[in-house]
Design a protein around this ligand. Structure first.
Ligand code: AMP
Length: 215
């Protein structure tokens, strides 16, 4: 099964994407995580992406499509995948359709997580990310077991540089302009689109996603 997670920054795509991939025994592919890993490793892709990420803008489609194509093509044909943060533009969605059809696959479910901007801004202010493995926590809603330390790998948790209020506003604008039109695109393509109210607890959102995906 190929599942796509769509939603504005702070809506919980990362947290829910990891949980859904675990429940489906699938691979979780988050393009933001892949780009941050490329930056940490000092590879060219990371250097090219850095200035866009720091400004809260999208990395050019071609860079990201090539990255995803490489990962998806290497996967076992039957392996499930949860794509988190990709596609983010209609042109990325078209490119993904091409890559999948070469592999005789298609997008099965599109999960759209929704919440009001003030909820997103508040959540992003409390968000902490692991500098080592990119796991996401929230000091208010989803704290780590030990303050400031990642449960999964023991890395140090910090506020991501692009979670500062000015960059968050920019990322929200970019979402509305570039990414929100994907909902219509997938509806028109007759994909199964599930809209989920994300202003609920992690467990409630998780249950709602699971109910939609397993329908
Ligand atoms: P995220 O971790 O999903 O919030 O992504 C962080 C940043 O990485 C975004 O603000 C973009 O600069 C970049 N990025 C991640 N995924 C994509 C994508 N599919 N297309 C373009 N840029 C992306």
């Amino acid at each position: 099964m190929v599942v796509i997670m769509v939603g504005p920054p702070g809506v919980g795509k990362g947290t829910q994407g990891v949980l859904l991939a675990e429940a489906m025994n699938s691979r979780h592919i988050a393009t933001g995580d892949l780009l941050r890993a490329a930056r940490r490793d000092g590879i060219e892709l990371g250097r090219k992406a850095q200035e866009f990420m720091d400004r809260g803008e999208l990395v050019p489609d071609q860079l990201i499509v090539d990255l995803v194509r490489e990962v998806v093509q290497k996967m076992d044909r039957d392996a499930g995948v949860v794509l988190d943060g990709f596609p983010r533009t209609v042109s990325q969605a078209e490119a993904l359709g091409g890559v999948l059809s070469e592999l005789d696959r298609k997008v099965d479910v599109v999960v759209v997580l929704e919440a009001e901007d003030d909820v997103l801004v508040k959540r992003l202010g409390g968000r902490r990310s692991c500098g080592q493995c990119d796991m996401i926590y929230n000091v208010h809603f989803n704290p780590p077991k030990q303050d400031g330390i990642c449960d999964r790998c023991g890395g140090v948790l910090t506020l991501r540089p692009d979670d500062d209020p000015a960059t968050v506003r920019r990322r929200l604008e970019v979402y509305r302009r570039e990414t929100a039109p994907l909902v219509r695109y997938f509806n028109d393509a007759e994909a199964s689109v599930c809209r989920i109210e994300a202003d609920q607890s992690v467990a409630e959102v998780q249950r709602a996603i699971w109910d939609s995906v397993s329908e």
